[in-house]
Design a protein around this ligand. Structure first.
Ligand code: ZN
Length: 504
């Protein structure tokens, strides 16, 4: 048995190495690649992805999984004498093997081709704010995505198959139940905030010197525990974190004159993702389990650092005097309390990525509802803009002025990533639940006020990072908090924070 597992680990090591090679090319494409290199870069990526598909679907891996007794009913195999990590290893290999073998090579390459064309059309459509340029491509991508869901298989709804790619082992119904229980509460809470006196954040929208933004951002990164012997920080159009190797986890950001929306909080957010990947324990590091166990859990790490910590009063009690020294022209005369309220301003808005933490989940619920209708066929691609605008009006009381600021704002559908959006909202919910336990275990506020971020990192490492994907999202949240994902933690978190900010 042990020998079979060792053999399986040996074969899947190539999968991990290839994934890191793909990530290296993609990182290059997003950062330093000269524009004319895009053509061959695409071919290089497609070639590697084809090899990757062959590797993970190889009959050798299939035979080993068979020998271990892994099937749909027993994805972790049949032996009960295995260590939890080895069981998890079989389960994760089986999950990837099963999905990939059910997809024909033709479907995989058709999807790769159509989504690259559709992304190109989306960039154009977004620039011109003309949905009709994107619509025929969306129709093709939707058709192929539906085929993919049928090929992968599902228990209740095709959306289950798509969601599983990003949030393994969870179902559409579970997610819908959680969202349905938060939506009315959120709408009501936002209404209360709307009826109270709005905070002033005009001082945040001034010109913040970009070279100083970078120095300050890097200082916070270092304090958070990010080190350059295993990572880098570079600039890209869309900030992201990517893993190029077990000791090579890179972050990107972008600097705009307004420091806070995408700059500083973007750096802190991406660093939260990076610290998760840097913190995998020896049992999972560098192997197939060296990944976030789900995108929801991954996002919980970035959102904990960005919002629970980075937008807290205690964090700024320590950092604000320092920040004022960096930007005296903008922040002299602005009190800590004014600053704190400014960075936590709540306001219904059109753009998801700029949304505050109270309205953010509504943006996700909107997309989750629409994409289910697109996949089920209840909504056609052509009717999507009207449906989008109507829902935005229902949810936020505002209507997008253009499709660019509405239905065309996100890259996920153009790239065929249906089932991805819910993980953002789940991340916020997991974050609140984990943080409530962390605050019982350690004195978070006292640490923050002393500029000590290492207690927090240690807690996250030992409870979450160390496990990689060897525990599922559900196992993690049960182990840490004693219960399943429960949106009440998120409601309580928002209530405590914003009742004080808005004098509710
Ligand atoms: Zn993120």
């Amino acid at each position: 048995m042990q020998k079979t597992i060792e053999k399986l680990k040996e074969l899947t090591k190539d999968v991990v190495l290839l994934e890191h090679a793909v990530a290296t090319l993609s990182w290059d494409q997003e950062t330093y690649m000269p524009p004319k290199a895009i053509g061959e870069k695409g071919e290089q990526l497609a070639l590697l992805q084809g090899i990757l598909h062959e590797k993970i679907t190889s009959s050798d891996i299939g035979k080993l999984l068979d020998d271990l007794g892994a099937d749909d009913n027993n994805p972790a195999g049949k032996s009960d004498s295995l260590s939890p990590t080895n069981s998890a290893y079989i389960k994760e290999t089986y999950r990837q093997y099963k999905i990939q073998t059910r997809l024909s090579k033709k479907l995989v390459t058709d999807l790769a081709l159509e989504t690259s064309l559709s992304q190109a059309s989306w960039i154009e459509a977004r620039k011109k704010s003309d949905f009709s340029l994107f619509q025929p491509h969306l129709e093709k991508v939707l058709e192929l995505t539906k085929q993919k869901a049928e090929a992968v298989g599902y228990k209740e709804t095709p959306y289950d198959a798509l969601l599983d790619e990003f949030e393994p082992w969870s179902t559409t119904k579970e997610v819908a139940d959680i969202f349905n229980s938060t939506q009315p509460w959120l709408t009501d809470f936002i209404g209360k905030i709307k009826n109270s006196k709005q905070v002033d954040d005009s001082f945040l929208l001034k010109d913040f010197d970009i070279s100083k933004q970078e120095i300050f951002g890097r200082k916070v990164l270092q304090d958070m525990g990010y080190t350059y012997d295993r990572g880098r920080l570079d600039v890209s159009v869309h900030p992201f974190t990517t893993t190029l190797g077990k000791d090579d986890i890179r972050l990107t950001t972008r600097y705009q004159k307004d420091f806070f929306k995408t700059g500083l909080f973007g750096i802190i957010h991406e660093c939260g993702h990076g610290l998760y990947e840097l913190g995998f324990g020896d049992k999972v590091r560098g192997n197939l389990l060296a990944s976030g166990t789900s995108l929801g859990i991954h996002e919980s790490q970035s959102r904990t650092w960005e919002n629970v910590i980075g937008r807290s009063m205690s964090f700024w009690k320590y950092y604000y005097p320092e920040l004022q020294k960096y930007f005296p022209e903008n922040l002299t005369g602005i009190s800590l309390n004014e600053f704190y309220r400014g960075i936590n301003k709540v306001e219904p808005s059109l753009i998801r990525v700029e949304a505050d933490e109270v309205t953010y989940n509504l943006h996700i619920i909107l997309r989750f509802q629409l994409e289910q209708e697109l996949i089920s066929g209840a909504l056609s691609a052509g009717d999507l803009p009207d449906a989008w605008n109507k829902k935005t009006k229902d949810f936020f009381g505002i209507t997008p002025d253009t499709d660019a600021n509405g239905v065309l704002q996100d890259i996920h559908w153009p790239m065929g990533a249906f089932g991805y959006f819910p993980t953002y909202a789940l991340g916020n919910l997991y974050s609140a639940q984990f943080s409530s336990v962390m605050e019982k275990d350690i004195n978070v506020n006292e640490s923050l006020e002393n500029g000590n971020l290492s207690d927090i990192l240690d807690w996250l490492r030992n409870k979450i990072h160390i496990h990689g994907a060897s525990k599922s999202a559900e196992e993690l949240v049960l182990d840490i908090s004693g219960e399943k994902l429960n949106p009440e933690y998120f409601k309580k978190y928002l209530e405590n924070k914003y009742k004080q900010i808005y004098n509710l």
